[in-house]
Ligand binder design. Structure first.
Ligand code: GLN
Length: 384
């Protein structure tokens, strides 16, 4: 249909997300998909049964705006047990319709026109556009290859009186790095006696490798008091398509965020919330996740050992970065296209995670796939 009006775009430079673009190309070329951080294996049948039962038992109407009570209670218990901070389920915990919704609701509730928001690049692709939608300015601080550690002096230099928020993400998508105690100390020092809010994307909170602990903002009282933590059931229970996550924040912040959440989605899906509440009663259902994904990381690394790629360390998340610059000068996006067409394996070019298109000749591999896919994907990458 021809449109009667041409809208003035709020995001003129934004196209379709890289995950959708690569996913479509992968399907067209029948390529194995090591691109999106989405599992290709089934969730626990007990979870599916819980949700089916919830539907049969009549849990099919609106949940409370903040989320099903039993689920918020279970989240309060889990967070206190793992990270030592008690969040009040009635005022400080909200169930959301995906972590993406939580990011949008938090940023739009707390960031005003003219504000500045510091975040780290490479980064997940939604942060900067959401900030811009508020009439605010995203201020990227670069994580430099190959270690991708935060340069806290650069953060200090980027801070101004307009800095309203710092977005952190640990374990980090796409670099697979995690925050250390030292990072926490720097963040605490830099935000002390400011009114900066920390938006902490912790969707991979249970996917931290080699016995290292996840540095949740909820472990650190001073940071917790200024933080909005966003997490995901999709990532933790292999159901990214269900679109359910949760947020933790002090009540004064959460009050404002709920005002947006109630008008964006009102409430997250009810039967899924009932199912997750039952699963959280068995901590083994998510505490085994680190070992589960560490095995997948190690399998992929082992199978790629004979390839020409230089694998960068993966400390957590579903991802591993692989360098190819030493054997090809191609742009990473061209290289990825060639992999899809010729090797029939789909990955993500790291440049897609930078607003300035920085290209260090690195691709992102997702190992949230069944073992057969990882072995076959690696075999195809070894032929490059
Ligand atoms: N978080 C996942 C990734 O980075 C999927 C994101 C998406 O498809 N929107 O791959």
């Amino acid at each position: 249909m021809r449109s009667a009006t041409v809208p003035r775009s709020k995001l003129p430079d934004v196209g379709t997300t890289i995950f959708t673009v690569i996913g479509q190309l992968a399907a067209e070329h029948d390529a194995l998909n090591l691109s999106q951080g989405a599992p290709n294996f089934a969730p626990d049948p007990a979870l599916v049964e819980s949700v089916a039962r919830a539907m049969r038992d009549g849990h099919n109407q609106y949940a409370p705006m903040a989320g099903v009570g039993a689920l918020r209670d279970a989240l309060a218990e889990k967070t206190e047990r793992l990270y030592g901070t008690r969040y009040d389920p009635s005022t400080e915990i909200t169930v959301i319709a995906s972590a993406s919704e939580g990011l949008y609701a938090s940023i739009s509730a707390l960031v005003h026109p003219g504000d500045e928001v510091i975040y780290f690049e490479p980064s997940f692709d939604s942060y900067a556009p959401i900030v811009r939608m508020q009439g605010a300015t995203p201020v990227p601080v670069k994580l430099a290859a190959p270690h991708f550690r935060v340069d806290w002096d650069a953060v200090a230099a980027a801070m101004t009186p307009r800095t309203r928020m710092i977005i952190v993400n640990t374990p980090h998508n796409p670099t697979a790095t995690i925050f250390s105690a030292d990072d926490i100390a720097h963040l605490t020092r830099l935000t002390r006696q400011t009114d900066i809010v920390i938006l902490s994307d912790e969707v991979y909170e249970h996917v931290v490798f080699d016995g290292t602990r996840h540095e949740s903002m909820a472990r650190h009282r001073e940071l917790a008091e200024r933080s909005v933590i966003v997490s995901s059931f999709g990532k933790s229970f292999h159901v990214t398509g269900w679109r359910v996550g949760y947020m933790l924040a002090p009540a004064t912040l959460m009050d404002e965020i709920r005002k947006v959440h109630q008008f964006m989605v009102f409430a997250a899906d009810t039967p899924m919330q009932v199912g997750f509440a039952e699963m959280l009663a068995q901590p083994a259902s998510y505490l085994g996740l680190a070992a589960f994904y560490q095995n997948k990381r190690d399998l992929l690394a082992r199978e790629l050992a004979g390839s020409r790629f230089e694998l960068l360390p993966s400390e957590g998340s579903f991802f591993m970065l692989a360098r190819f610059r030493h054997f090809s000068d191609e742009r990473d996006s061209d290289f990825v296209l060639r992999l899809i067409r010729d090797a029939r394996v789909a990955t993500i070019p790291l440049s897609a995670f930078y607003t300035d298109g920085t290209d260090d000749g690195v691709i992102r591999l997702s190992f949230s796939k069944d073992d057969a896919t990882l072995v076959e994907g690696a075999r195809r990458l070894c032929n490059i």
